[in-house]
Write a protein that binds this ligand. Structure first.
Ligand code: PLP
Length: 384
């Protein structure tokens, strides 16, 4: 009955796990949930107020498909000032989260026969979306500390390569691509006539150095890059569903055309909230970052004291990607089984590496209080 492409689709493992945790909690089990890919902070007050104001003012109808002009202008200004890349509002589309814009980017660029290079470990949504476009993912396996280099990509490039997917800082590793490597990747993409889809959603959750957008390295790379970003992570706005894409006008126009036949615009109220987030004080972002840094340092220290785990200090995002290969044995042969048993026996929920095409690891989100994280690590220690 169902179409083959849907039969081939895998639903989001992390969202499924989150649902499982909620079920256990409902049944009265005490679970410390370290699976979530969203900040545990409330959306800052000025943003919520802007949304309430827009409802009171009756700003509750369809908007332009690409997003309201003020918001696209504010995003263009942000991209110029923070990311050092100049876009007109016509080169920007606002959509229902960056997830939708990634989907649209793959739909407008990729077709059967095309290949997309994906460094792994990776967020599995990219693979499923590429599958839906008819293209094929070519996996580029990285080794700890998972920092992508241009030379890693060389092995995967063929005459069919249409695009390279970049995600820095990365989900699930928190690794950042160094500026020199980004420049080399830009040169490679230009030389080989390949597009770049650059998912920069964690740019503001960065603990060392500065974020660089590959599109800022000159006209030629800008023309072949789709920069993807969103408000979810930086402003704790996962439920508002606002993301954006920036790129050359022909590509963005096609993404807008596709959006016009799928979701139209994202919510008018959310767009007003996003405008307040971008134009308002950035202090809440800095406070959140300060708290994440404190947690990262704390958890890195206490996890490092457990024998058998291999850990790299994340440079960005709010995840630790931890190797447990040394702990796997006949009883617990895979990281998926290990994580399931940990949840059953100790009530700690982690995402197994299988969800990121990298078995033998787990992802731990430090989007939880220090007290809960500390208790979770004690439970992990006793499980080990
Ligand atoms: N990109 C990455 C790497 C993510 O981890 C996520 C969410 O987990 C997204 C994009 C999607 O975010 P949103 O659709 O909320 O903008």
């Amino acid at each position: 009955m169902l179409a083959q492409r849907i039969k081939n689709l895998k639903s989001s493992a992390t969202l499924e796990l989150a649902a499982k945790v909620r079920e256990l909690e409902k049944a009265g089990v005490s679970v410390i949930d370290l699976t979530l890919g969203e900040p545990d902070f409330c959306t800052p007050g000025n943003i919520r107020k802007a949304a309430i104001r827009s409802i009171k003012d009756g700003f509750t109808h369809y908007t332009l498909v690409a997003g309201i002009s003020e918001l696209r202008e504010a995003i263009a200004k942000k991209l110029l000032i923070e990311n050092k890349v100049s876009f007109t509002p016509q080169e920007i589309v606002v959509g229902v989260g960056s997830k939708q814009l990634l989907y649209h980017a793959f739909q407008v660029l990729c077709a059967p026969g095309d290949e997309v290079l994906i460094p792994i470990p990776t967020w599995s949504t990219y693979l499923e979306q590429i599958k839906l476009s008819g293209a094929t993912s070519v996996l580029v396996r990285l080794k700890p500390p998972f920092k992508l280099k241009a030379s890693d990509l060389l092995k995967g490039i063929s005459s069919k390569t249409k695009a390279i997917l970049l995600n820095s800082p990365s989900n699930p590793t928190g690794a950042v691509i160094e500026k020199e490597e980004l420049e080399k990747i830009a040169d490679l993409a230009i030389k080989k006539d390949i597009f770049v889809i650059s998912d920069e959603i964690y740019e503001k959750i960065l603990y060392t150095g500065k974020h660089y957008s590959i599109a800022s390295f000159g006209h030629d790379i800008k023309q072949r890059t789709i920069t993807i970003n969103g408000l979810s992570k930086a402003y704790a706005m996962t439920g508002w569903r606002v993301g954006y894409a920036a790129g050359q006008e022909e590509i963005i126009e096609s993404m807008v055309a596709l959006q016009s036949q799928t979701t139209s615009n994202t919510s008018s109220v959310s767009q007003m909230a996003a405008l307040a987030a971008i134009k308002g004080s950035q202090r809440p972002v800095l406070l959140m970052l300060k708290e994440f840094r404190k947690r990262r340092d704390f958890i890195f220290k206490i996890l490092s004291e457990i024998n058998g785990l291999s850990i790299s200090l994340p440079e960005g995002a709010f995840y630790l990607f931890v190797g447990i290969e040394k702990l796997l044995n006949k009883k617990y042969p895979t990281s998926a089984i290990w994580c399931t048993q940990l949840l059953k026996e100790k009530g700690v929920a982690l995402v197994p590496g299988e969800a990121f095409l990298y078995p033998g690891y787990f992802r731990l989100s430090f989007t939880n209080s220090i007290a809960n994280i500390s208790e979770a690590v004690n439970r992990i220690k006793s499980f080990v």
